[in-house]
Design a protein. Structure first.
Length: 95
């Protein structure tokens, strides 16, 4: 979780959510890392740079990065309801 927080600091990100098998404790050795990003703006220019920084900090490119501004409503709802927010100005707050 610390690596995720450190990766987000240089970017204009309101929150990052860890979701999927890593968040629920059901990950296997073949599982990727699912991370949802809530940028302060649309985040179009953010996605690639943040992905590269996350990959560098986490030591893997097996990452799925979802921009919550572009995500289907059902996925965004699931992430906000069930995901863990290791990074955000108000960690207990939900969008």
């Amino acid at each position: 979780m610390a690596a995720i927080c450190e990766a987000a600091r240089p970017f204009n990100v309101l929150a990052l959510y860890l979701f999927g098998s890593r968040a629920t404790g059901t990950a296997t050795p073949l599982s990727d890392i699912d991370i949802a990003c809530l940028p302060s703006d649309g985040g179009e220019d953010l996605d690639k740079a943040l992905y590269l920084e996350l990959a560098r900090r986490l030591g893997t490119d097996e990452i799925t990065l979802v921009n919550l501004h572009d995500a289907p409503v059902c996925l965004a709802f699931s992430v906000l309801k069930r995901g863990h927010a290791p990074y955000g100005p108000r960690r207990g707050a939900r969008a």
